[in-house]
Design a protein. Structure first.
Length: 762
């Protein structure tokens, strides 16, 4: 209640203050004129707090940078963005009176403001970047130190001067101030750029005046349709600083840098990589020049800038639709491999997949059949699943990889399994590749994703799909290319993997996705449905059934399964750039339907178990790889905190809260029903989930309980910090011993424990 009262009083005081200022000068009008510059400034100030405190799952690792040059690039772009705010704000304030027919009096700097502040205004505006720079400094705590080794040897001239010991002390302390060096690396070129611009303006003033006069005479006919007030404001030759032609020049320079990024940073052929945050700042600089320039013209007629941009976007999309160009996001399906067309084969139904596996794994040698479900959770799930799978492979070898019948994967878990199964050679991943699999899965893909947002998706929003670029290129495609660059077989398709399943070279993978139009599951897999499944009332959709005669790259299948909301786009299929009609449904993240892959696994086991029991195979090991333990949630200790926002977000909060718990309870019931339906089969479930390091021990504190991972702190974007990767590795090595022992006992000795059904008495 006290906070509400303070807020109300503060707002009342602010309104009174604004009204008093408004009486003497048009403050509110000028605030409106510079609204876009203020917006860019607010984004610079608010980006870090919002990302770190309101959206930590998605935004906290945006500020994790692992190189000094990366920190320097982000620093330079942030400082330049703050100067764009300064330039456009002062330019708009100077030009607004003339554009608006001198309705409003010009605004000048207050008399009480010291002149040295005005002279150093660039650095005062640079203070807008402090939240970003502090966030980068704090979170980039694992900066690459390879450069330190190059200065570890004391130069002879330093040794001769008697400062060898001091030099080595500085080298030993280098890791502590590497981040500060990165900040300096960014501030120095930004400062040099500012000084060079000022000096060039001074030295080349006569030449620039002639160029400006020529440009003004050239622009007069182009500006003819505009009012004279706007023409004069844009071509005034008497202004010495903060000119429109200078702003136009800087905007063109920014465009050149922007398009160079499109050419040299493409995810399918990257020349080098830059931090994800740098893409965002570059787009902010570009919009910081563009929006104030547009609004200065449109405000003359009281036309909202946003309305014009949305109207243009709507018109371009409408024209594209009428012209037959594909609009919206699409993913590319391909023709089946030539050998797959020549080679006669039966559909990979659940029964056939089991029969193929059972022929190579007789019950006497392989009494236990393993099924793996992997839940979603972005790059955290991808890293954790690859860590668990490679860890079990190191521990158990072929006894683990040979026992796997199929994977049921969702979202980020699909990426971890993609890297694991891609590494298979002759039925198992080579031991030499296991560490590389974890590295591949944990390598950041956030930079390519934001490249896709800043380039093809930004153009798509305003221009729909022009002929000049591939309609399949978007942020989802960029993410897919980043994954493909790390694989042994980046061009492999579902039918390629299906052929390997028939030959016993790799297990089957069922990538789960969700159909937007119907809410059904779509399985992106080499398998196909049985005839009785196709006639069921609630059939499971299979990609190869719905799009007969087509194929899909496995990287695309993993990307569609991991279509995390807004991070990756919901897309429909296209062949040679043209959408497939009429069955071209849109696919979204598999986690919408089932974030744990449980429904698919149970559905397949229900069809396979009769055959397994006929072979006297009565031991099933189910590995659940997920990020959290399935425990009931407890309400907050301080209870419900009433506020007016609950009136608006209450239904949404309830929807999000029940989405996860309903899936967990449904999975528990369905596993119990499966066990009840097959009491003569031993189904052992072993769940692997990361655990934090315990803060206490039972010996020290009898009330000490198990530490569990807080879902609010788990990164879901496509970047992990080195510390977060280390946490997942330590959790596997030090806090998963009991689960590893259960798996080893079941696979190596056949000592599989029974699953406790919820329908059985305790």
């Amino acid at each position: 209640m006290n906070s509400v009262l303070i807020t109300v009083v503060a707002l009342f005081v602010l309104i009174i203050l604004l009204l008093r200022i408004q009486r003497s000068r048009p403050l509110l009008q000028y605030l409106f004129f510079i609204r876009h510059s203020l917006l860019v400034g607010l984004i610079l100030v608010g980006l870090a707090p919002v990302a770190l405190y309101l959206l930590p799952n998605m935004g906290q690792n945006l500020f994790v940078i692992d190189t000094i040059w990366g920190i320097g690039l982000v620093t330079a772009l942030a400082v330049i963005a703050s100067w764009v705010v300064m330039f456009t704000m002062l330019l708009t304030i100077r030009s607004a009176p003339r554009v608006m027919l001198d309705i409003y009096r010009p605004v000048h700097a207050p008399r009480w403001l010291p002149k040295w502040v005005i002279r150093q205004r660039a650095w005062f505006f640079a203070l807008l970047t402090l939240p970003i720079l502090i966030a980068v400094y704090v979170h980039s705590d694992h900066v690459d130190q390879s450069w330190v080794t190059r200065i570890a040897t004391v130069p002879p001239w330093v040794q001769n001067a008697g400062y060898g010991a001091q030099w080595m002390q500085a080298v030993q302390a280098a890791p502590a101030w590497s981040r500060a060096v990165g900040l300096a690396v960014g501030i120095a070129p930004a400062w040099l750029l500012l000084r060079v611009a000022i000096l060039l303006r001074s030295w080349l003033s006569p030449s620039l005046d002639r160029i400006r006069a020529a440009l003004a005479s050239w622009l007069r006919p182009l500006l003819g349709p505009l009012p004279v007030s706007i023409q004069n404001a844009y071509s005034d030759q008497n202004v010495r600083s903060f000119r429109h032609d200078e702003a136009a020049g800087f905007f063109i320079l920014t465009l050149v840098i922007y398009f160079l990024g499109f050419i040299f940073l493409r995810p399918d052929a990257p020349r080098f990589s830059v931090p994800a945050l740098s893409y965002f700042l570059l787009m902010l600089i570009l919009l910081g020049w563009l929006l104030p320039g547009l609004s200065l013209i449109l405000d003359r007629w009281r036309v909202p800038t946003l309305f014009v941009l949305l109207a243009l976007s709507y018109i371009f999309w409408g024209v594209a639709n009428l012209s037959g160009y594909p609009t919206g996001h699409v993913y590319n399906v391909v023709d089946p491999p030539t050998d797959a067309l020549r080679r006669p084969t039966q559909p990979l139904t659940p029964e056939r997949v089991y029969q193929l596996w059972s022929q190579r794994h007789p019950v006497a040698q392989y009494p236990v059949m393993t099924v793996v479900t992997v839940s979603g959770g972005g790059i955290s799930s991808a890293t954790w699943s690859s860590q668990v799978l490679t860890g079990l492979q190191k521990q158990l070898g072929a006894s683990f990889s040979d026992s796997i019948l199929f994977f049921s994967t969702v979202s980020g878990g699909s990426v971890g399994v993609l890297n694991f199964v891609d590494a298979y050679r002759q039925g198992q991943p080579p031991a030499d590749d296991l560490d590389a699999i974890v590295t591949q899965a944990s390598t950041e893909s956030l930079s390519p994703t934001i490249w896709g947002i800043v380039y093809p998706d930004l153009w798509r929003f305003f221009l729909s799909n022009p002929v000049i670029w591939n309609p399949t290129h978007d942020r989802g495609w960029a993410l897919e290319q980043a994954w493909a660059n790390r694989l042994h077989h980046p061009d492999a398709t579902l039918l390629d993997w299906g052929r390997d399943v028939e030959d016993g070279l790799r297990p089957l993978v069922l990538f789960n996705s969700s159909i937007v139009e119907t809410g059904e599951r779509m399985l992106l897999t080499p398998a196909q449905a049985e005839s009785n499944q196709q006639s069921a009332r609630w059939p499971t959709r299979y990609f190869l059934d719905m799009y007969a005669g087509r194929d899909l790259p496995v990287t695309t299948a993993a990307r569609l399964s991991a279509t995390f909301p807004y991070v990756s786009p919901i897309a429909r299929p296209a062949f040679d750039g043209q959408p497939i009609e009429p069955n071209g449904v849109r696919l979204a993240d598999g986690g919408y339907f089932d974030n744990h892959g449980t429904v698919t696994a149970i559905e397949w086991l229900q069809q396979i178990l009769p055959l397994a029991k006929a072979d006297k195979r009565n031991k099933i090991l189910v590995l659940e790889i997920r990020l959290y333990d399935f425990l009931p949630r407890t309400p907050p200790e301080n209870g419900f905190q009433p506020n007016w926002t609950n009136t608006f977000i209450g239904p949404l909060s309830t929807l999000l809260g029940t989405w996860g718990t309903t899936q967990v309870q449904r999975a528990t019931v369905e596993w119990s029903l499966l066990q009840e339906a097959h009491p003569d089969v031993q189904i052992q479930k072993v769940a692997f989930f990361p655990r934090p390091k315990p803060r206490c021990t039972v010996e020290d504190d009898p009330t000490c309980g198990e530490e569990l991972l807080d879902p609010a702190t788990v990164p879901l974007s496509w970047q992990l910090s080195p510390g977060q990767i280390e946490f997942l590795q330590e959790s596997w090595k030090e806090r998963s011993t009991a689960e590893r022992q259960k798996v080893a006992a079941c696979l190596q000795r056949g000592a599989c424990g029974p699953m406790q059904s919820i329908f059985q008495a305790e």
